[in-house]
Design a protein around this ligand. Structure first.
Ligand SMILES: [Zn+2]
Length: 350
């Protein structure tokens, strides 16, 4: 171990001890997403001395992230989040090994990444990636610490551990009519902080083990921060779960939508703005065509050329991600999503 002082305050806990600290030092954790949940989770895992940490994030630090993504500072705006998080964590704890993956998790790269870690922290905010994490975790017998927030409510659970239920036991399929909106996803940093920190604690409990700890395996922890009420629900395994039951079939994952950063020039790509009319009226990227998501989501055949690269944008990148998935399902093979959306584009190029 080498550093007695750094971990002194946790080693004196009977539940951790020298043995637990050694296990933490030997553990390898992969955190998918270094946003509102990933930042606090990573901070506490690095501080606790988890020996090897991987961080997966394609996105760049934006000024609007700083309100909740507490690893980043003003001078890191514009940097890749995985790289920026690595720099911050390395300054906090130079004894641990940190790998930044400046990429998006996909059905192609997930298995290889998962196999070099012991457990996964789910720091994502979109269903596509959550289901991919779940299915890959079940396949590789890898526990993953699920976290989710909505408004002032948060949930934490441990899925994918051998014998435990998985995310699809709770929600078998992604919601069909989920309409992300850039404006409605309000969040206050402290809520993300509490849930991300709870995820870090669950990871530490799983790694250290022992009878003193009861990880959230088969249970869903729910908290409403408005009145601090908590509930812990028993989650049974679903005997017909599409992922983890005996009836499970190979689950299909559509290829991930390619994420691209805002640029000054889209080189022949067709730029599509999926924001609503009043947002479009307030300003748009020169040369873009307007296809509001509210209309696009009800089309069965989009009037767009199939032989061109299509780059979609909304205000922040979530509605356009959803629109990209719609177009992909309609047979458009070359659809890309602009990360950070119009808001990020305006800051850099307007
Ligand atoms: Zn399941």
């Amino acid at each position: 171990m080498g550093n007695d002082i750094r971990y002194q305050r946790q080693v004196i806990l009977d539940e951790i001890g020298e043995n637990g600290q050694r296990k933490l030092g030997e553990a390898a954790i992969l955190c998918i997403g270094a946003g509102g949940l990933g930042c606090p989770a990573l901070l506490y895992l690095a501080a606790a001395g988890v020996g090897r940490i991987g961080i997966v994030d394609f996105d760049n630090v934006d000024e609007s992230n700083l309100q909740r993504q507490t690893l980043y500072s003003v001078d890191q705006i514009g940097q890749n989040k995985a790289a920026a998080a690595k720099a911050r964590l390395a300054a906090l704890n130079p004894e641990i090994e940190i790998t930044a993956y400046e990429t998006q998790l996909s059905a192609k790269n997930a298995r290889e990444m998962f196999e070099s870690y012991d457990l996964i922290i789910d720091g994502t905010d979109n269903f596509t990636t959550k289901y991919l994490i779940n299915d890959m975790a079940v396949e590789t017998n890898m526990p993953f610490i699920y976290g989710a927030i909505q408004g002032f409510e948060g949930q934490v659970s441990v899925f994918g551990a051998p014998g435990a239920p998985c995310y699809r036991c709770l929600y078998p399929q992604p919601p069909k009519e989920h309409i992300p909106t850039c404006a409605e996803n309000g969040v206050i940093g402290a809520v993300a902080g509490i849930i991300g920190t709870a995820q870090a604690m669950e990871a530490i409990k799983l790694i250290v083990g022992g009878e003193s700890f009861t990880p959230l395996i088969g249970t869903l922890f729910c908290i409403d921060l408005r009145d601090m009420r908590t509930r812990t629900l028993a989650l049974p395994r679903d005997a017909h779960c599409p992922a983890c039951s005996d009836h499970a079939k190979a689950l299909e994952h559509p290829p991930a939508i390619e994420q691209i950063l805002p640029t000054a020039n889209y080189e022949g790509a067709l730029l599509i703005d999926v924001r609503e009319q009043e947002e479009w009226d307030a300003g748009y990227i020169e040369g873009a065509q307007h296809r509001p998501l509210s209309i696009l989501m009800h089309t069965t055949a989009a009037d767009l050329p199939k032989d061109r690269t299509i780059v979609l944008y909304c205000a922040k990148g979530q509605r356009s991600q959803y629109a990209a998935e719609i177009l992909q399902a309609l047979g458009y093979a070359n659809v890309k999503n602009m990360v950070g959306g119009y808001d990020a584009w305006v800051r850099q190029f307007a």
